[in-house]
Write a protein that binds this ligand. Structure first.
Ligand SMILES: Cc1cc2nc3c(=O)[nH]c(=O)nc-3n(C[C@H](O)[C@H](O)[C@H](O)COP(=O)(O)OP(=O)(O)OC[C@H]3O[C@@H](n4cnc5c(N)ncnc54)[C@H](O)[C@@H]3O)c2cc1C
Length: 401
């Protein structure tokens, strides 16, 4: 029989959206719980998508912080900035950081997020090479853009495209390179990628596909990138936007079971008793995502179960992505490019207007799709999925907005 320990003290590792959402949910239920929050960054909470607005110059640094220290006070929480957690002691649930030891805690939330992943490329140590994950990364990139002639963004995913668009807005001259032949492979099928490429061409955003970057050119300072075929593009700043990897090192070192990310069960419990995981760093049912909808949903379920064990089940999240580039409305939700014949895909494409709408159906129910070019259809599509809409009821009016 499980003995239920009431939660009086909670330790939170990480200070991203999963962490602050859990804290908020817990305080809604029981405001007496005392919380310690540890982050290796030097800032209070800021939303990462806002970093694009900061680089684009539409949001100032001082306006990025969404929750200042007063917020943590109100949450009965103490924020420990620039403090990296180096160990979790299983027997007492004490947390050791780069500065001290804290706890014991009744529960711990592991919300360590993820970090940029770069494929093997020669010369990554050169000056002028960047990644974008944190506010400090964004400050570095923004400062560097003002001194450069041409910026090369390696990676044709959402992050790469949004970053190139932000750099362009502050007067840069970016080019996006991608090693495959379509854009946004995690969100779009080939046809939608074609429509999007045409829109970017019209907007003057340069994109080069089928260019596999294998080396960063230059002696100490970046002077460009070289492809595996030996082609070279000149540039004085390179940002790798080639993916993310969940932060599992601490968990692994403490003996917590990990796959690609930290493994959790349906209650978001890790293999270490009373340690829960949420957000980018967790893997449920063999799946891990690096998107905010997953962080929000797992954070809420974890909060519920930390207060009342096994009271809420995580049902999984329908993945959903929106590209935030001025002049482009692009959303993809759920299953958008099915590989099995059991699925039906219904498509409406208008190249002149730059629109591409797709609805994917399984056993008569809408399970995913793509909306490019009209936000109204994106809203409609989300509604279809939320309501598990039966296709026969809407087939004749499916693309009406
Ligand atoms: C520029 C940018 C734009 C994005 N835009 C979108 C978007 O529009 N939509 C979307 O869905 N997603 C977007 N994402 C992804 C989204 O930000 C992540 O899914 C989200 O931040 C995950 O939240 P999290 O709380 O799990 O982890 P994180 O936000 O990564 O936070 C984890 C924190 O824990 C800290 N940490 C890790 N290990 C330790 C340790 N040992 N000790 C102390 N601290 C530690 C990390 O440094 C980090 O600060 C974007 C990401 C970036 C970088």
């Amino acid at each position: 029989m499980d003995i239920m320990i009431l939660m009086e003290r909670l330790g939170v590792i990480g200070n991203g959206v999963a962490a602050v959402t859990t804290i908020r949910e817990i305080q809604k239920i029981d405001s007496s719980i005392r919380i310690d929050v540890f982050t290796d960054e030097r800032y209070a909470y800021y939303p990462r998508p806002k970093l694009m607005d900061f680089i684009a110059g539409t949001v100032q640094e001082k306006d990025l912080i969404q929750y200042d220290h007063d917020w943590y006070d109100r949450m009965n929480a103490v924020l420990h900035t620039s403090e990296s957690v180096t160990n979790i002691k299983q027997s007492t649930l004490e947390v050791t950081t780069s500065k001290s030891t804290y706890g014991p805690y009744d529960r711990i939330l592991y919300a360590a997020g993820s970090h940029p992943w770069i494929p093997p490329i020669k010369g990554l140590e050169k000056k002028g090479m960047h990644v974008l994950r944190t506010l400090d990364d964004a400050i570095d990139i923004k400062e560097a853009v003002y001194g450069t002639g041409r910026e090369i963004v390696v990676g044709g995913g959402i992050l790469g495209i949004e970053l190139a668009s932000a750099i362009k807005r502050i007067g840069g001259d970016p080019i996006v390179i991608s090693n495959i032949e379509t854009l946004l492979p995690a969100q779009l099928d080939a046809a939608a990628s074609g429509v999007l490429l045409k829109r970017f061409n019209e907007m003057g955003l340069e994109i080069l596909l089928n260019f596999t970057c294998s080396e960063i050119a230059g002696d100490d300072q970046v002077t460009g990138v070289i492809s595996s075929a030996g082609d070279q593009i000149s540039g004085d700043l390179v940002v790798a936007a080639t993916g993310v990897k969940p932060n599992t090192a601490l968990a692994k070192q403490c003996g917590i079971e990990c796959g690609r990310a930290v493994k959790v069960n349906e209650y978001l419990e890790t293999s270490m008793p009373n340690v829960f995981a949420a957000g980018d760093c967790m893997e449920w049912n063999g799946i891990s995502h690096g998107i905010i909808p997953v962080a929000l949903e797992t954070a809420k379920v974890a909060a519920q179960n930390m207060i009342e064990p096994k009271s809420a089940i995580y049902p999984g999240t329908v993945p959903s992505n929106t590209l935030q580039v001025v002049g482009i409305d692009l959303t993809s939700v759920g299953i958008f490019s099915p590989s099995s014949h059991e699925y039906e895909s219904i498509i409406s494409i208008n190249e002149d207007e730059g629109t591409y709408f797709k609805v994917v159906v399984l056993y008569d129910v809408v399970v995913g799709g793509i909306s490019l070019g009209d936000r109204r259809f994106a809203l409609k599509l989300r509604g279809f999925i939320r309501n598990k809409t039966v296709i026969s009821e809407i087939r004749n009016s499916i693309f009406d907005v």
